[in-house]
Ligand binder design. Structure first.
Ligand code: ZN
Length: 313
């Protein structure tokens, strides 16, 4: 894809970004574009294309809070970043199943960093009209996952889609007492989540972990990154787990599954569920798809030393 710089977005509606993150993003923007073609594969009855929403740039303290200085330097270099931070991809699965065209998350729209929010435009390049999307399933309601629900003028970007989110995710972000109960660092995220979830309130289905959301698509409990985060298990071909942000790096957290990620709301539960996901995927040889992994983020988990290694499919 072509990397289009949109400087106007850098200074508008950046509710959730700390200044430091923005500075890192601006600095790394010039370093190049993403995959020229989108990865497509079939899985059981599903035809899946991993469409890029672009990339985000995260500071070292979010990516690697538990690494010592030496490890931090090593991982940042392997992540293709520099001392201040590194880029992570935003891989959105587009799933064709029967007459449905399903998105798992809808990307950032113009509500996060200017290097992401490319999904609708990239769908058009592969001949998919946003109006033809029939369903959007949210893994969680962070701005890089649900931020493209509406356009800047409040219109639905995917006007014909039905939406799905976990009941716990809805309850957490839409709590009228959110600001009293939760730390200030989360208030911007809550405003974004409320904007996105309320916009589709009349077409939103609440789901529970363990339930089948659509035929062959099961919600899997992976709370921790957010209190209502879910992953999705797709039936067929040995299984496919679409992990959302249950594991945010195919490099760092495969090698150090015990390390925290700076944006996890319930850090210890996040670690427990990430460990469960990786252990299950390794034991049962289930294919994984990771939202922020090296594009296209599709592969298997093998045990290595005290952690794992990622094996691209
Ligand atoms: Zn994310």
């Amino acid at each position: 894809m072509k990397l289009q710089q949109t400087p106007s977005l850098a200074t508008t509606r950046r509710e959730v970004l700390a200044g430091a993150v923005g500075a890192v993003a601006a600095m790394l923007l010039s370093k190049g574009a993403l995959a020229a073609e989108f990865h497509r594969f079939t899985h059981g009855a599903f035809d899946i294309t991993v469409v890029s929403d672009g990339f985000l740039t995260l500071p070292a303290e979010v990516l690697l809070p538990d690494a010592d200085p030496e490890q931090r330097k090593d991982f940042l270099s392997r992540l293709g970043g520099d001392a201040s931070g590194a880029r992570v991809q935003a891989n959105v699965p587009l799933i064709r199943h029967g007459s449905d065209l399903i998105l798992i998350d809808n990307g950032a729209g113009d509500n996060f960093q200017p290097s992401c929010g490319r999904l609708a435009e990239n769908l058009k390049t592969i001949g998919v009209d946003p109006a033809s999307i029939t369903k959007v399933i949210f893994t969680h309601a962070h701005p890089d996952h649900s931020g493209a629900t509406t356009t800047a003028d409040g219109k639905l970007l995917y006007p014909n889609a039905q939406y799905y989110v976990s009941e716990a995710e809805w309850s957490f972000w839409t709590d009228p007492k959110f600001e009293e109960k939760q730390p200030a660092a989360l208030h911007g995220f809550a405003k974004g989540a409320q904007r996105d979830l309320f916009a589709v309130k009349d077409r939103l289905t609440m789901v529970k972990p363990g339930s089948e959301i659509l035929p062959g698509i099961l919600a899997v409990e992976t709370r921790g990154h957010t209190p209502g985060h879910i992953s999705l298990h797709l039936a067929g071909d040995g299984g496919l787990l679409i992990g959302g942000d249950a594991c945010t790096s195919d490099i760092t957290f495969f090698e150090h599954p015990e390390w925290h990620f700076g944006f996890d709301t319930e850090p210890e539960i996040a670690l427990k569920n990430r460990a469960m996901l990786l252990d299950r995927a390794a034991s049962e040889k289930i294919k994984l798809l990771g939202y922020h992994w090296t594009y296209p983020g599709v592969g298997f988990v093998e045990r290595k030393n005290a952690g794992y290694r990622f094996v691209a499919a």
